[in-house]
Write a protein that binds this ligand. Structure first.
Ligand SMILES: Cc1cc2nc3c(=O)[nH]c(=O)nc-3n(C[C@H](O)[C@H](O)[C@H](O)COP(=O)(O)OP(=O)(O)OC[C@H]3O[C@@H](n4cnc5c(N)ncnc54)[C@H](O)[C@@H]3O)c2cc1C
Ligand code: SF4
Length: 574
């Protein structure tokens, strides 16, 4: 399709002023890291972000508001759900401003898929749940062992030092447990478990010797760290934290990159395509649409890092068509956009506990407890009905007045006392399951439908298959069984069913692999076919494991930046 914007004349002077060492596309969790790494190493870095700027603290308007200060007391009204059917499944009144409007940012769901997005400086690092777990060789070897998808071109030993490197900057509270398939990290002190969680941990140890209950590993600072925090135990993180108590691009990576004087941050800049220099057989820059002026502008650099997130980075490359790449840049394998994965979840069990009525806890801890994967870990835990596994997030709490009031009638002193007394102990467990890479789960472009900036709409095909369905049955039954065996009462299983995207762990659309015929990226996250373009967001993931993935994006990003720097010094890039 002819695009008049591509014919915009760029003067030589514009080329000079628009030239950097490195361009990073997207300022979320992974892009913030790329910007920090290059700026700290002395490279002039341009960070392009399609959304508005969000400045740490200044732009957190709801951070300290009380529930009664919101028009609808934090409940989304029906109108909101109708107007924003996808994003409103995740936000409420307190953090709505960090999510996109479905109307302004359409995409096509060939199958139901919730593409949850935050278009602003910081991306979804502002609203993420901050659960951080390392992956292990159980994950990196899985595809090769099971004959699924393609083999990861890296193993745990390749990424291990980079996990440590990013953890030391991020600040992750957690407890070392010595579990080979959930490797320990470089942790800040763990947050405390409450009385019922401790009792549950003991009971699980007795009844299920192959299972472990640990405190969640969280990018929330249990003590002051790198000039941020500590966390104040308010559990209002997704509004932005005025104390810098959790890791976001806005609180952590971008300020460090800015302080070097090497970073130029350009918000309101949609990267529409990566520009290819046929003679050098490398990328020369990117074309940006300014969202405010709709002007088309080109920027140039030796190295380009795509960190626009899994679906958006694939879309940018699919849009980057040329004689050399008629199906999109780096898509010689035909795998670009394919193998889209997301974890499946919203399934588990809840129960009540009789006792411990003299126990309470301090503050509102911003995370719970974690039960690492215990299925298909070794021969003894092998399942006949599915491969891979799931981890369980859980927490225990005492019912609050808010719940009590729903079940309490009366008036006077007794009624008041009931309202201000904490209720009984309850426990909730939810499982997060691995999804296999399926070629048919994919992102493509609809060339005939464009958004208001003239960019083709993304189309998504996605479904969970038999392996995920069989796993789900076990996820619910295992949660119920553990609650029951730990002595809780009124155990109820739940399955709210999840469609793709609900878990916001999209991965896989430009997978890493050994072979350019079957994968898009090599072991350094470089496009096999265009060596100065790197992708280090979730697109690069070759399988999905069951652990939350963002820590792995960060570690892969730092590793790829280090490699790119050494290649640039050798003069082999750009
Ligand atoms: C409610 C919630 C809870 C979550 N909990 C966890 C958790 O506990 N643990 C975990 O590991 N992960 C969690 N996640 C997922 C986590 O947020 C993502 O994995 C992570 O943010 C992905 O990082 P990224 O850099 O790939 O993308 P993002 O953080 O989404 O950043 C991408 C950036 O690119 C920009 N962009 C997009 N397209 C373009 C373009 N064409 N041009 C220029 N800029 C562009 C976007 O505006 C955005 O700023 C959660 C997410 C949500 C929403
Ligand atoms: S719980 Fe901690 S990190 Fe979250 S908003 Fe409160 S102080 Fe900040």
């Amino acid at each position: 399709m002819a695009d008049p914007a591509k014919n915009v004349h760029i003067s030589n002077r514009a080329r000079e002023t628009n030239t950097y060492d490195v361009i990073v596309v997207g300022s979320g969790i992974s892009g913030g890291w790329a910007a920090k790494e290059f700026a700290e190493k002395g490279f002039k870095t341009l960070l392009l972000e399609r959304g508005r700027n969000v400045e740490h603290v200044k732009d957190y308007p709801t951070a300290s508001l009380n529930p009664w200060e919101f028009d609808h007391r934090l409940v989304n009204p029906e109108k909101e759900k109708t107007e924003n059917p996808v994003q409103s499944t995740v936000y409420d009144e307190s953090n709505k401003h960090f999510f996109v409007s479905d109307k302004d940012h359409p995409y096509i769901q060939n199958d139901p898929f919730h593409w949850i997005r935050g278009y602003q400086v910081g991306g979804r690092s502002l609203m993420w749940g901050r659960q951080c777990y390392r992956w292990s060789d159980l994950d990196f070897e899985a595809n090769a062992k099971d004959g699924v998808g393609v083999d990861w071109p890296i193993r745990y030993k390749d990424i291990e030092p980079w996990y440590t490197y990013v953890e030391r900057f991020v600040g992750i509270s957690g407890s070392c447990e010595g579990l080979p398939h959930l490797p320990d990290g470089d942790f800040l002190p763990p947050m405390a478990m409450n009385a019922l969680e401790l009792r549950f941990k003991d009971e699980i140890k007795k009844k299920f010797p192959d299972r472990l209950v640990t405190i969640a590993r969280l990018a929330n600072l249990s003590r002051g760290w790198n000039g941020r925090g500590p966390c104040q135990y308010r559990n209002l993180c997704s509004r932005g934290c005025p104390f810098g108590g959790y890791f976001s691009s806005n609180s952590a990576t971008i300020p460090v990159a800015m302080a070097t004087g090497n970073l130029t941050l350009r918000p309101f800049s949609i990267v529409a395509e990566v520009l290819y220099d046929k003679e050098n057989r490398q990328a020369k820059g990117v074309r940006v649409v300014d969202t405010e002026t709709k002007e088309s502008i080109e920027f140039f650099a030796k190295v380009i890092f795509l960190n626009a997130s899994t679906i958006a980075s694939a879309a940018i490359l699919l849009q980057s068509k040329s004689d050399a790449f008629p199906e999109g840049m780096g898509n010689g394998s035909g795998q670009l956009g394919r193998n889209l994965m997301d974890h499946h979840f919203r399934i588990g069990a809840e129960a009540q506990y009789e006792g411990l009525m003299d126990q309470y806890y301090v503050g509102r801890r911003p995370g719970g407890i974690y039960i690492p994967r215990f299925r298909n870990v070794n021969e003894a835990t092998k399942r006949k009905d599915y491969i891979r596994g799931f981890g369980i997030q859980a927490d225990a709490e005492r019912r609050s007045w808010y719940d009590t009031v729903k079940h309490t009638e009366g008036f006077g002193k007794d009624f008041k006392e009931q309202l201000i007394s904490p209720g009984i102990w309850t426990m909730w467990m939810g499982a997060w399951g691995e999804t296999l890479p399926y070629e048919e789960n994919k992102v493509t472009l609809d060339e005939n439908k464009t958004d208001k900036w003239g960019i083709p709409l993304v189309k998504i095909d996605f479904s969970f298959r038999d392996n995920e369905k069989a796993m789900r049955k076990d996820m619910k039954e295992s949660a119920m069984e553990m609650l029951h065996e730990a002595g809780l009462k009124n155990v109820t299983g739940f399955d709210y069913s999840s469609v793709g995207g609900d878990c916001v762990h999209e991965m896989g659309t430009a997978r890493m692999g050994h072979d350019p015929k079957t994968s898009v990226l090599n072991k350094w996250n470089q496009l096999h076919e265009v060596k100065n373009v790197f992708i280090t967001d979730g697109s690069c993931m070759t399988s999905s494991a069951c652990q939350n993935p963002s820590l792995t994006y960060m570690a892969l990003t730092a590793r790829a930046c280090d490699f790119a720097v050494s290649e640039m010094k050798k003069g082999s890039l750009g």
